[in-house]
Design a protein around this ligand. Sequence first.
Ligand code: GN1
Ligand code: MG
Length: 349
Amino acid sequence: MPNQQDIRRIAAAFCPETEPVGIRELTSGNVNATYRLDYDPQDRGRSLVLQRINTEAFRNPEALMENIRLVTGHIRAALAAAFLPAADGSLLHREPDGGCWRCYRFVDGVTAYDRIESPAQFCEAGRGFGAFQTMLADFPADRLTETIPFFHDTPRRYGTFRAAVAEDAAGRASSLAADIAFFDSRAARMRGIVDRLASGELPLRVTHNDTKLSNILLDETTGAFVCVIDLDTVMPGSSLYDFGDSIRTGACTAAEDEPDAERVDFRADMFRAYAEGFVEGTAGALTDREIAMLPDGAYIITLEQAIRFLTDYLEGDVYYHTAYADHNLVRTRTQIRMLMGMERDEVIL
Ligand code: GN1
Ligand code: MG
């Protein structure tokens, strides 16, 4: 964990002419470490975001930043969150301890919601993520590095999960029989997207791949979509991944880590609101097959996220940030509740 002095030193690598007057950690991300830096209003009055890239998750941070440079260059108008170069002109600053840091402008007057407030708001988020995908429609996919290979290969994620059960590194598997059985009995459904991408029935597109609700910024006054953030996983994928991860996080009655599973349920009204906005945002680009399969996207991505959380729990909490011992198990069970709600409401058509 870097201390305040470390943060000040690293901030100076990007912004040597002045010092922050306030530093606070932003804790909503589960993988990278993020800090907000506030500067004296008399001085520059701006705020910056300083972020340490998790190089266990992102093995090639240079290629990752190059992806972001290319993508933000392509859709500059849509992205207010601009990066500051370090002294040597690169977007990545390396510390002697190997830590990889980047810095970008904090956008004022916008909110990244962890929880949605109304169907209309979620519809607007759908429009935004849909529009983002459309803006990338003519981006040459072969220029992008796959920052995390097989990121949304759901059957492969299940294979990793099964290996983690067998290994049982943290000695937790014996108490998880019911959760494990839940996933085993749904294994066949995990092939729904990858098989159709492979056969060409679904098109491969450049997608965001991490469209949780908090990764879109909405204007605090008008409620309108301002920009999409967290471009670490922009790479070839399916529109269904982007649709699905938003539903997973936004069409839910509680937080992703709500400890009381009884309070977690799927909201079909939110699903419909988001679908309407997303289809509108993609402006006719989606094929009939993609539109027909949007519900499968929601179900499969939620299932995948559930097994990712439980895999991490089985492996001893090595990937996601956790605040307490059973945090990943709590997250797994909220996802299971969402899946049960989707099954009840027959989201899978
Ligand atoms: C991670 O770091 P954050 O919160 O943006 C994860 C996503 C998960 C999400 C679950 C690179 O995203 O895939 O859906 O946690 N990002 C990566 O909250 O693994
Ligand atoms: Mg992320």
